[in-house]
Design a protein around this ligand. Structure first.
Ligand code: 5AD
Ligand code: SF4
Length: 485
């Protein structure tokens, strides 16, 4: 296929987490560079790619449903169908064999090969054959550091700072679909964040499967870091911060580019960049919260006062079975440590109900820890056995579906009442909100988020507000999920 001359239109559908959305942006960039045209119009697309998720069974069902739709389209006209991401990696050739309509399969570390695979598939289809293109090698090094993602317009931009995960929580498929943990060079990350600020993005979210285990031994690139070190001093002066305020890096290693970069140093460096008003990060693991990171979150004005802290379970036997490496008391101690530094840091979490052999009494331990912590919100999942994981190989998935669902309902009810109570504490208060755009339910209303990541909705009233503005809103009414102002 000729570079920059391809008439082929590609449509990409994204399922799953923010990392997948980011990967779609990478893929868009890689395809555009090879001359493909990207289209939102799936009816007119020559190539439909699905960037998939494998984290729970539900995600699989969605993709299989979509593949069934595409089968009907493919009967009527030429169409190349590609499956990307975690499901491609996890099911590999099973997927191509079972779903004859899949022409291209590319795992999360193989996107550089995608333009070539698509071109081959188009050519083979035009010649009346159906050659499959499969790239599912995992890499220890691939971080796509040199690719600038093709981002959607908006207020927030994601930056993946590390990929993969070495934790092997026994329920989780990520170490198998996304491979070993590897961190990007901080210089590339900072360059990307500077570029985003210059394009008007106000918020950057640093992403990684295990984001706070970010680690990089820097050897080169002193120049760049010296350059932004100068900007940091200007910012320090502009904000009127004295030496005692932790706006710079965490001492050791100073502002030179060399030395070890951990997540605290990285997030502080990004938050120091002029133009970046808010920095968020997701998802961390409770085991990697050194004091420097807690200080950065609590002390830096541009790092959002929100920590997503996946608990998964509140019972120590289940946590051990999950290989989470902490007990419920360690977790509670970390929560106390966070709140002692700053009581207004919003905490959110992930919970799995009905993990292998979980008894009613053990489930109630999770219930009690959730009551004790009082999260602002929580994602609550039924355990879903995943192919290849340690749990699938070693433990029986023996909690009946009905019991899993009932436990999820009890926790959702509990969390709703806690979220509502937390939100009620904000009634009458004036909060800073970053305006994101129209509210989901009505274009006569704006929607934005507080620093703690709570959604705020208010009437437009013809005021001259624009997405990206940071404004003050007084809260007059609340629900469990939303503040109204
Ligand atoms: N079943 C249910 N939930 C899971 N998660 C990860 N793997 C599974 C699984 N097999 C949840 C965890 C994780 C979140 C992203 O998805 O709570 O933090
Ligand atoms: Fe999965 Fe555990 Fe890694 Fe998170 S830390 S991605 S839950 S293995």
């Amino acid at each position: 296929m000729e570079k920059a001359a391809s008439p082929y239109r590609v449509h990409i559908e994204t399922f799953g987490c923010q990392m997948n959305q980011y990967d779609t942006e990478l893929v868009r960039s890689l395809l555009k560079a090879e001359g493909f045209t990207l289209t939102e119009d799936r009816e007119r697309a020559d190539v439909i790619l699905m960037n998939t998720c494998a984290i729970r069974e539900h995600a699989h069902h969605k993709v299989y449903g979509r593949l069934a739709d595409l089968k009907a389209i493919k009967r009527q006209r030429n169409l190349v169908v590609g499956v990307l991401g975690c499901m491609a990696q996890n099911l590999k050739t099973d997927l191509v064999e079972a779903e004859s309509i899949v022409d291209v399969l590319a795992g999360p570390d193989s996107y550089r090969r995608l333009p070539g695979l698509i071109a081959q598939a188009i050519e083979s289809q035009e010649q009346g054959s159906a050659q499959k293109g499969i790239a599912v090698d995992l890499s220890e090094y691939e971080t796509y550091d040199d690719i600038m993602p093709e981002r959607a317009e908006g207020v927030n931009a994601w930056i993946a700072v590390m990929r993969g995960c070495d934790n092997f929580c026994t329920f989780c498929v990520v170490p198998y679909t996304r491979g070993r943990e590897r961190s990007r060079d901080p210089h590339g990350i900072i360059r990307e964040a500077e570029h985003l600020a210059s394009r008007g993005y106000k918020q950057v979210t640093l992403l990684g499967q295990n984001v706070n285990s970010y680690r990089f031994e820097a050897r080169e690139g002193e120049q760049l870091l010296e350059r932004y070190s100068a900007k940091t001093s200007q910012l320090r002066t502009r904000l009127g911060h004295g030496e005692g305020v932790r706006l710079g890096g965490p001492g050791a290693g100073g502002w030179k580019g060399g030395g070890t970069w951990d997540f605290a140093r990285l997030i502080t460096a990004v938050a120091d960049l002029p133009g970046i008003e808010r920095v968020r990060f997701t998802s961390p693991h409770p085991k990697d919260f050194p004091p420097a990171l807690l200080d950065a979150v609590a002390g830096h004005p541009n790092i959002c006062k929100h920590i997503h802290l996946p608990l998964q379970a509140g019972n120590d036997r289940i946590l051990r079975l999950m290989s989470r490496t902490y007990g419920h008391e360690d977790y509670l101690a970390l929560v106390e440590d966070i709140r002692r530094r700053r009581s207004d840091i919003a905490l959110t979490t992930d919970i799995i109900c009905g993990f292998c052999t979980e008894t009613e009494e053990e489930f109630l331990d999770t219930y009690r820890v959730m009551e004790e912590v009082g999260f602002h919100s929580a994602f609550i999942f039924k355990y879903s056995e995943r192919k290849h994981t340690i749990a699938a190989r070693k433990y029986p998935d023996d909690v009946p579906e009905r019991v899993k669902s009932e436990r999820v309902t009890r926790l959702v009810d509990l969390q709703k009442s806690i979220s509502r109570r937390k939100n009620e504490e904000l009634l009458g208060q004036t909060v800073a909100v970053l305006v994101e755009g129209d509210a989901k339910k009505s274009s006569a209303q704006w929607m934005g988020r507080t620093d703690g990541n709570i959604t705020v909705v208010w009437e437009k009233n013809g005021s001259g507000i624009r997405p990206g503005d940071c404004i003050l809103i007084t809260i007059t009414r609340v629900s469990a999920t939303t503040l109204f102002g």
